[in-house]
Design a protein around this ligand. Sequence first.
Ligand SMILES: C[S@@+](CC[C@H](N)C(=O)[O-])C[C@H]1O[C@@H](n2cnc3c(N)ncnc32)[C@H](O)[C@@H]1O
Length: 440
Amino acid sequence: MPKRTARYRPRARSSHREGALVELTIEALGARGDGLASHDGTRVFVPLTLPAERVRARLGEWRADGIAAQLIDILTPSEARRQPPCPHFGSCGGCQLQHMATEAEASWKSDEIARALARRGIVDFVMRPIVTVRPATRRRTRLVARSVGDGTQLGYHARASHSIVDVESCAVLEPRLDRLLPALRDLAAALLPAGAECALVLTAADSGIDLTVEATAPADMQRREALARFVADHDLARAGWCVRGRIDPIAERRPAYVVFDGLRVPLPPLAFLQASREGEAAIAAAVVEAVGDAASVVDLFAGLGTLTFPLARHMRVHAVDGDADAIAALAAAARQSAHAGRITWSERDLAAEPLSADELARFDAAVFDPPRAGAKAQSEAVGESVIKNAVSVSCNPSTFARDARILVDRGFALDWVQPIDQFVWSSRIELVARFVRTTS
Ligand SMILES: C[S@@+](CC[C@H](N)C(=O)[O-])C[C@H]1O[C@@H](n2cnc3c(N)ncnc32)[C@H](O)[C@@H]1O
């Protein structure tokens, strides 16, 4: 793991000359994948660079924690630098690390988790070798589209910008989503009034592609027909139109569903799903191993049951989530399961009303897989309970480490961390961690 740098304190803003060309040595990568350097004692963020590189950069505006700079030249490249595979890399804001060799990206991601834990004083645990998911496996994406004077843009936002980078192809997407991009651009052209914008949210479900158009105004008859025709022409499973969170179902050729542990689970529009099948399999395998021979487990932040159903092969599972549609889908599938008698569920807001230590007492183990904000209140309750084994799934090392500290302070030890790189080429990281109670 690289040496930790001392905590940085920005100098007075007046010392920085915007537009100045400077030579810098990149010291590390920040959490968002930008190179970090210092200039006159001020932290500078230089995207598209790598540790140990000597670069020329133009100083730009202040951001919250330093100066944003633009890379002009690489004077001394890192040995970890490689040719980015995608022609859109650099302008498109979707990927941050395509210029980094796979092994270097993997070790940076494991180190990011270790650094987040070390900042919370947790250093004694096993860091398992990272599992890397291939590109071309991403099954969910949100594209943005805009009607401009001479045509329609479709792609992703540029880095830190509202402008859209038109993409012909996206190398992280599952091929069936990638192949649809040209037709989606034509669809957006048919849907968008001049100067307007929308988002196209796509999920490659196990019964076909599910498309939701996020727009600012309801669909008129012409747009409904265009979308229904698109579903038929491209054999999508379903399409809907969403304005301010309200979904208007437009066309369905077949029910949209995903398969967890051999069981069909109905897919509500815009429901959470792990980013790839391979990532989901790696997470589920690590969670089942981490829970071990427990007889009963509570699956907190269970979503559609990604982890509930694999766990139910081995033990009793109580699934809890705050999303009513997700819990209804999980319940419908659970009733069909060969292990139906082992699965129970409830809908509950776990931030406002975490399961209490008393409620947790009937389980041997707790799994929690919260959103990026983490599970502070729920971790406190798990810590106060008699539960012997806690398993955390997280896509945010910083909130994971905060919650890990809560558990450690209440008698748990961190046994191992399994990093899973299901967001290859981006600065995001997924992990599963096993905690065991050492004192009560
Ligand atoms: C990262 S997803 C994990 C879902 C599932 N474990 C999976 O692997 O697919 C986080 C889940 O937390 C749920 N969630 C978010 N905030 C919540 C809250 N305050 N209370 C309960 N559930 C919440 C979401 O509905 C979502 O299903």
